[in-house]
Design a protein around this ligand. Structure first.
Ligand SMILES: *Cc1c(COP(=O)(O)O)cnc(C)c1O
Length: 387
């Protein structure tokens, strides 16, 4: 699979036109990613996890092609409401919900929820009586980059009691969900989770509870500096197992990273250079408080394409703010760079701009849509070649 990556000429023309830092979003790539999952997991409802990148152009495009949405807060629900997204297409998939989140869910008409603890049952029963609920099960996965099971998920042995209590509280107990952790590079954890969930579905049936929805969460990976996972093979393998264990169950998935991660390129530029403690330093116009926030929150290592050749030496890359925390990479091999050099950062769409701040007065990096600016950029390139 080839993912969205700007050419050197396009990077230069875009930087000339819009200046830097600049995020370039390909909505075509968003669609391709959605379709790759949809084709390899037919009849699975794909709920895009909005937290990975809440850009409303992504949300609108996914809505237009039949997507569903995983929301986690009052703000995300309000945003989708303003985009006229049907609340039936949303699941409020935060196991611990705020008071205002539950009020907004009631107000917007969101009626599907996940939970993983007893204390959540009364909250939901009071705020959204009769709501449809899925119990989140804990699945441990050493192969994930971000292990969400440290924070969420009920133990399988607690599950039946929690389901019974939710039912007794008048909630519509509909199924189970899990999340194997983000950037999960193989299907083992999914298969293990499916086995656990099958046992729980059967045990619940014996207690007279008809579970009929299984939500297999997110976690689908994107390319890293060293690996390009075959997501088509992974998704079809998972789907095969899903249908083997759950032939008739309604299945949902909640991909975030896979949908948006490869659809965005960052263009940043070198704004300062120095040698400190015998190491070469480069200061960029986007930093840890901006698009590179994923270095901290998402434990991500980004590819920096410089379009230059030369001997690579361990270098430090820092952001533009005055805080000494604002250092993205140390000992990252780099060819020699100068002020004004443009750097392309591919696969920059997930957990990047979503967690950027405006710390120190640096605005959030603007995003243009590649398919909208393509013609103007192309014309500029042709002019440059003609001249
Ligand atoms: C963050 C999150 C997701 C998306 O995870 P990815 O690893 O980005 O696919 C899905 N479901 C829930 C409940 C989440 O919190």
């Amino acid at each position: 699979m080839k993912y969205f990556r700007l050419s050197q000429d396009a990077v230069k023309a875009l930087a000339d036109t819009y200046s830097t830092p600049l995020l370039v979003l390909s909505l075509e790539q968003i669609e391709l990613n959605y379709h790759l999952l949809a084709e390899n997991m037919p009849d699975v409802k794909i709920y895009y996890a909005v937290k990975a990148n809440p850009d409303e152009r992504i949300v609108r495009r996914l809505n237009a092609i039949g997507g569903y949405f995983d929301v986690a807060s009052d703000g995300e629900m309000r945003m989708l409401q303003e985009l006229n997204i049907n609340p039936d297409r949303m699941v409020y998939a935060n196991p611990v919900k705020t008071g205002s989140g539950l009020n907004v869910a009631h107000d917007v008409g969101v009626h599907k929820f996940t939970f993983d603890s007893e204390s959540e049952i009364d909250k939901m029963a009071a705020a959204v009586p009769g709501g449809t609920v899925l119990l989140r099960i804990r699945v441990d996965n050493p192969h994930a980059l971000v292990d969400l099971n440290k924070k969420f998920g009920a133990l399988p042995e607690e599950a039946l009691e929690l389901l019974s209590k939710a039912q007794a509280a008048g909630l519509d107990v509909a199924g189970l969900c899990f999340h194997v952790g983000s950037q999960s590079t193989d299907d083992e954890a999914y298969l293990e989770a499916l086995k656990i969930c099958r046992q729980l579905f059967d045990a619940a049936a014996k207690r007279g509870m008809n579970l009929h929805i299984l939500d297999i969460g997110g976690g689908f990976p994107i390319p890293t500096l060293t690996e390009e996972p075959d997501v088509a093979a992974m998704a079809s393998g998972i789907y095969k197992a899903v249908r083997q264990f759950f032939p008739d169950t309604e299945i949902w998935a909640e991909p975030g990273r896979y949908i948006c991660g490869t659809a965005v390129n960052l263009i940043t530029q070198v704004i300062g250079t120095k040698v400190r403690n015998n190491q070469q330093w480069y200061f960029l116009d986007d930093g840890l408080y901006g698009t590179f926030s994923g270095v901290i929150f998402d434990h991500w290592d980004f590819e920096l394409e410089t379009f230059k050749t030369g001997k690579k030496v361990p270098s430090t890359f820092a952001g533009p703010s005055c805080d000494s925390l604002d250092i993205m990479f140390r000992d990252k091999p780099s060819v020699p760079l100068e002020i004004g050099d443009l750097i392309l950062v591919p696969n920059c769409g997930a957990y990047t701009s979503a967690s950027a701040t405006v710390f120190n007065g640096f605005a959030k990096t603007q995003t243009v849509v590649w398919e909208e600016v393509y013609e103007a950029i192309q014309a500029k390139l042709e002019l440059a070649t003609a001249g």
